[in-house]
Design a binder for this molecule. Sequence first.
Ligand code: ZN
Length: 132
Amino acid sequence: MSAINVAEILISGARLSDNPVWQKLIHLGDKRGVKILAGDFRGTPLEGRIRGYYFDKDGVQAIIIDSSLSEEERQFSLAHELGHYVRDRASGYSLDSPKELIAQNEKEADYFASRLLQWIKKGPNLASIGQN
Ligand SMILES: [Zn+2]
């Protein structure tokens, strides 16, 4: 079952928060044609299992983030999923991939996320994000 089926009400991720780091992450996705969506995972089979989900099927690329997470958790989760987009999208990587591959890819996506957030947080253009 995919997150798209499970999280019944999805909203545009951009509407979730005005936080400049969050908006910058959304902007990075938008520029590459990745739709960022948010939905409340509480009460669904996803609750407590995953925080975000990268979806690539039939020409649609989307990331769905659990809207019930804290601001900081959400940022990390979105940066992590962008990591999957950047690193793993061509490989057919999924939750059904072999365990060792999952462990490795999750570690790399976490590393990507910390680097990306570091870069965004010291970025000089943070204040102007969303104005273009
Ligand atoms: Zn992951």
